[in-house]
Write a protein that binds this ligand. Structure first.
Ligand code: FDA
Length: 579
């Protein structure tokens, strides 16, 4: 007898995208089921850098403190080191991940959250545990096989890998969060641009006490320039900290045209020995696996009632640490829209804005991550290390930088400059935070297009323009200090105004959608003692910002409006796709 299981949203995959979609939907009270192919969550570290925007999302979803408790903190992430091996010569460092004093200040000014490093096998349980606690039904060992869709929903066929039988799950919507080889995206016919398999990489997870080579220059990443390090991979050999300072992951390249080498323990140990450079340190290999560097992005993220998120829609190397960050942010963008469509507050047209908003971000992330690989080449060039040569020649070139004379001085300058340029990979604050959405769920306010006086990849630019995330400012409520971001989210719209904005408050209260209201000013529920909000809000006290459940400004009005109720109704009609 065949069984049909029913739910509102079926999610395929329990990685960062699927787990955070489940967490957001359950937080918003939307029934959902997650099916995932294996018997456990990720069992290797994989993605790890967790940027400020993701931490803001996790803060809104109520798991920020759980993540902080398990993560390596920001101050232990920051001395990205270039060397000939961990025990060998150091070529230079980049202060990274918000640890340069100026960037650190920018991080503090930009967000109430801090970056951290939480490897994927530790992140997934935080997301999944909270999702299940809030109502997600999770089915391990359940493989998605296919789906059909009609006007009312999607029917997916899944296989129970324990029993070996197949059955159907009927859902109103399907989310394909099934990773870089997404069958859901393929079945939904999502058009992909770019290329799979542009280079070959090997991950080797191992235990070794490397304290003596790392604790004095704490970092998440130690890049090793050694003979063979330019073949395939992600630009150079990489020793990545999983847990300070005794759990590690090496990323090493291979020639993708020749195929992956035989990943024996002996092979893995030989790579570890080469990159660590100290044969006396005991090493235990935990696992090794081969993967390919991809450069692909979907031009459309949905087809009818099927939506894809995460690596299903953007596949790129780990450079800039954007993999799971972008996946979590995709899910967060989609979840509130599904909720409002499912509860009848919004038209299904709202769901079209998912592609409009996230596809450009996915494309940018794929392009940035691949460009960062190429930007490692100048470091090798500074050592004349790209052309085919013997290891002895490379070592001689590396040694030459210690000599006196004009040539060596030039080489030193070139090397410093090449290493410093890696800031685009290790301190790209703008890439993390400057996302701007243009879609039907954003109402332009008629102000001239935004300009970026500083490099938008490196520098965060706060703005309350429609399409940008609400700027962070510390405000107070009685004895409590909180961020403006803490006043928004939680699955509902928020209207922010100040003294003189009573018309906007009445307008918000008159709508048939749940809108929280926030008044900031002296003697109000929220005060702005530092004057930060007054500086950042870009509206007058009597103006208004309507912020979406994902923290993005949907509508801005610089002043009071005599017809506030109609103006706000009209804006909401557009945002929610109502006729
Ligand atoms: P993810 O791949 O994490 O999850 C997919 C989920 O779908 C899994 O739960 C899987 O079991 C499930 N699934 C797949 N097919 C299914 C089916 N038919 N039925 C049911 N379930 C199915 N990134 C980075 O920044 N730094 C790094 O070092 C690495 N290293 C790395 C190593 C390896 C080996 C991989 C595979 C990936 C990385 N990444 C990485 C990439 C990073 O892991 C990736 O960007 C995120 O995990 C993407 O999250 P998703 O949730 O989209 O997919």
């Amino acid at each position: 007898m065949s069984t049909v299981v029913e739910t509102d949203v079926l999610i395929v995959g329990s990685g960062p995208a699927g787990a955070s979609a489940a967490l957001a939907l359950s937080t918003y009270g939307v029934p959902n089921i997650v099916v995932t192919r294996y018997a456990s969550l990720a069992d290797t570290p994989r993605a790890h850098i967790t940027n400020q925007r993701t931490m803001e999302v996790l803060r809104d979803l109520g798991v920020e403190q759980d993540v902080i408790a398990r993560a390596t903190p920001q101050h232990l992430m920051g001395n990205t080191t270039f060397c000939t091996s961990l025990a060998g010569e150091e070529l230079g460092r980049v202060r990274s991940w918000g640890n340069d004093p100026l960037v650190q200040a920018a991080h503090e000014l930009a967000s109430p959250t801090r970056m951290c490093d939480l490897p994927q096998h530790l992140m997934e349980p935080v997301l999944v545990d909270a999702a299940v606690a809030r109502g997600t039904s999770l089915r391990f060992e359940t493989e998605y096989l296919s789906h059909t869709q009609d006007a009312d929903g999607v029917t997916a066929t899944v296989r129970d890998r324990l029993r070996g039988d197949t059955y159907e799950i009927r859902a109103k919507y399907l989310i394909g969060a099934d990773g870089g080889r997404s069958r859901v995206a393929e079945d939904a016919g999502l058009p992909m641009g770019g290329q799979m398999g542009v280079a070959g990489s090997i991950n080797i997870v191992f235990e070794a006490d490397l304290t003596k080579y790392t604790a004095h220059r704490p970092a998440t990443l130690y890049w090793v320039l050694a003979p063979g390090a330019t073949v395939g991979g992600i630009g150079a050999g990489l020793v990545r900290c999983v847990r300070p300072w005794n759990e590690w992951l090496i990323v090493w390249g291979y020639d993708v045209t020749a195929g992956a080498p035989d990943l024996t323990t002996e092979y893995a140990e030989s790579v570890v020995r080469q990159l660590v450079g100290d044969d006396e340190i005991p090493v235990t290999i935990k696992s090794s696996s081969a993967w390919t560097v991809n450069e692909m992005y979907a031009e459309r993220y949905s087809n009818g009632r099927v939506f894809c998120a995460g690596d299903a829609t953007h596949r790129h190397p780990p450079s800039n640490g954007l993999g799971s960050n972008t996946s979590i942010q995709d899910a967060y963008n989609l979840a509130w829209k599904l909720k409002l469509v499912l509860d009848g507050s919004a038209s299904p047209k709202l769901l079209d804005t998912y592609t409009a908003e996230r596809a450009p971000v996915g494309k940018q992330v794929v392009t940035r991550a691949n460009r960062s690989i190429g930007e490692t080449a100048p470091i090798f060039e500074a050592l004349d290390g790209l052309s085919p040569q013997t290891p002895e020649q490379l070592w001689a070139n590396i040694a030459a930088r210690k000599e006196a004379g004009e040539a060596a001085e030039k080489q030193r300058a070139k090397l410093r400059e090449a290493i410093a340029f890696k800031v685009y990979e290790f301190n790209a604050h703008g890439v993390d935070l400057n996302q701007r959405y243009t879609s039907d769920a954003i109402v332009p306010d008629g102000t001239p297009p935004e300009t970026f006086p500083r490099d938008p990849e490196l520098h965060h630019q706060p703005t309350s323009r429609p399409g940008a995330r609400i700027p962070h400012a510390w405000i107070t409520s009685g004895t409590r200090t909180l961020s403006t971001l803490d006043t928004v989210g939680q699955g509902r719209f928020t209207l922010l105004t100040g003294i003189g904005g009573e018309g906007w408050i009445r307008a918000a209260e008159a709508q048939d959608v749940d809108i929280a209201t926030v008044v900031i000013g002296p003697g109000q529920e929220y005060e702005d003692p530092y004057g930060d909000w007054a500086r950042l809000s870009e509206i007058s006290d009597a103006g208004a910002l309507l912020v979406r459940p994902d923290g993005f400004v949907a509508f801005r009005h610089a002043t009071a409006a005599p017809d506030a109720r109609e103006v706000l109704s009209d804006a909401l009609r557009r945002i929610l796709g109502r006729a």
